[in-house]
Design a protein around this ligand. Structure first.
Ligand code: BGC
Length: 348
C-alpha cells in the first residue's frame, strides 16, 4: 500500500513509498484512511528537526491528524464497518508511569511514550492502518471529512480543560479570553472559548484574508496588534504561536487570578530581556498561573468531538482551506499565505 514516509532527522527524505500492509499485531480494527491533516509538527519532521523512527527502522510513516473509515472490526469492539474514526496519537509508555497507567498518557512522566506519526510509531498517512479499539474515536458521520479536525480539536479541548481545572482553585467565571495565533489551533481554541460564552479576542499578524473572516464569523474579535491593545486584562490567554515575547506579554497583561495556557512549541535560540523580579511579583501578588499543555487523552478527544459536532459545519469547512491528493503530498507541506488547515486526501 502507499504511505508517506520520512527518515526522521534527515531533511528532504520524505517520499511516497510502497509499504507492507499493516501487521495484524497492530490491532484487530482495520481502517482505510480518508484524510490526513498537516501541521507544524509534520513540517518540522520533514525538515529533519523532529521525529523518531520505530526501533530498528530507518523510516517512519508520517501523519498524526487523521480521518478514516472502519473496514473490519471484531464483534463487541464498539466499532463496525463504515464508522468514521480518528486514531489517537499517543500511546502510554511501557513501564507504565503513574499517569500512563490511568490513561493520562498526555501527562507521561518518563518521556517513553510513543506517538503515531511522530515518535517511534508509524503514523496514519498510509492507505490502511490497524489499531486497537482503545485508541480509536468515532466521529459524527455528519462531519464527513471535517472529522480530520478532531486531533487538533482534542489538543485545544485539553488546553481549555487545563485552564478550567486551574481556574477552579478559586471562584472562576472567565469573561474575556485572548487567543494568540489564528492558525488551526488558535481558531479551534477561539471556537471552544465562544462555545463557553466567553468574549474572545484573537491576535494574528495577517491583516486580511481568511483568518479575520473566520474569527468574525465566530463572533470573536480579530486584532493584529499587541495583547494589551486587544483586550484589557484577559482572564484567560491561550497562546498558540510559541513566540517567546508573546508568552511574557500574556503573563504581564493577565487579569488577577487569570490563567495563561501555552500550546505553541518554540524552536528555541531566541533570547529576550525580561524583568524576572517584576514578573514574579505580579504573578505572586495576583495569583496568576501559567501552564503548558501538550497532546490529548481519550477524554479530550471526546470533548473535541463534542465541540466539532456543535460547531457550524460551514465554518469548519472553511478552516480546511486546501485539499491535496496523496500523490501531490509535497504541495501540502508547502505553506501558502492563506493556508489554515491543509489536508492530504488519502482515500475517498
Ligand atoms: C501533536 C501532539 C503531540 C505533539 C508533540 C503535536 O503536533 O498534535 O499530539 O503530542 O505534537 O509531539
Amino acid at each position: 500500500m502507499k504511505a508517506l514516509t520520512v527518515v526522521p532527522g534527515k531533511a528532504g527524505s520524505a517520499r511516497l513509498d510502497d509499504v507492507d500492509d499493516p501487521p495484524a499485531s497492530d490491532g484487530p480494527v482495520l481502517v482505510e484512511t480518508l484524510a490526513v491533516g498537516v501541521c507544524g509538527t509534520d513540517a518540522e519532521i520533514v525538515s529533519g528537526a523532529y521525529g523518531w523512527a520505530p526501533p530498528g527502522r530507518e523510516r517512519l510513516v508520517l501523519g498524526h491528524e487523521s480521518l478514516g473509515r472502519v473496514v473490519e472490526a471484531p464483534a463487541g469492539s464498539g466499532f463496525e464497518a463504515g464508522d468514521l474514526v480518528v486514531g489517537i496519537v499517543r500511546r502510554p509508555d511501557p513501564v507504565p508511569c503513574a499517569n500512563c497507567a490511568v490513561g493520562e498518557w498526555d501527562f507521561c512522566r518518563n518521556g517513553r511514550y510513543t506517538e503515531r506519526g511522530i515518535k517511534e510509531h508509524d503514523g496514519y498517512c498510509s492507505e490502511r492502518y490497524r489499531i486497537t479499539p482503545d485508541y480509536l474515536v468515532k466521529v459524527d458521520p455528519a462531519l464527513g471529512v471535517l472529522g480530520v479536525l478532531l486531533e487538533p480539536a482534542s489538543v485545544v479541548a485539553k488546553a481549555w480543560e487545563q485552564v478550567e481545572r486551574i481556574g477552579a482553585r478559586a471562584h472562576f467565571a472567565p469573561e474575556r479570553a485572548v487567543v494568540t495565533g489564528a492558525g488551526p489551533i488558535g481558531l479551534l481554541a477561539a471556537l471552544i472559548g465562544v462555545q463557553r460564552g466567553i468574549e474572545v479576542h484573537v491576535i494574528d499578524q495577517v491583516a486580511s484574508g481568511l483568518k479575520p473572516d473566520l474569527v468574525a464569523a465566530l463572533g470573536a474579535t480579530y486584532h493584529t496588534g499587541a495583547i494589551e491593545d486587544a483586550c484589557d486584562a484577559p482572564d484567560v490567554v491561550v497562546e498558540c504561536t510559541g513566540v517567546g515575547s508573546l508568552v511574557f506579554d500574556a503573563m504581564e497583561h493577565l487579569a488577577p487570578g487569570g490563567v495563561v495556557c501555552l500550546t505553541g512549541v518554540s524552536s528555541g535560540g531566541h533570547s529576550i530581556g525580561v524583568d524576572a523580579g517584576l514578573l514574579n511579583r505580579s504573578m505572586v501578588l495576583e495569583n496568576e498561573a501559567v501552564v503548558g499543555s501538550v497532546n490529548a487523552n481519550r477524554r479530550h478527544y471526546e470533548a473535541g468531538a463534542a465541540a466539532l459536532a456543535k460547531a457550524d459545519a460551514g465554518w469548519l469547512g472553511r478552516l480546511v482551506s486546501r485539499r491535496v491528493p496523496l500523490e501531490s503530498w509535497s504541495e501540502a507541506l508547502d505553506r501558502k499565505p492563506d493556508d489554515v488547515k491543509v489536508v492530504i486526501e488519502v482515500g475517498s
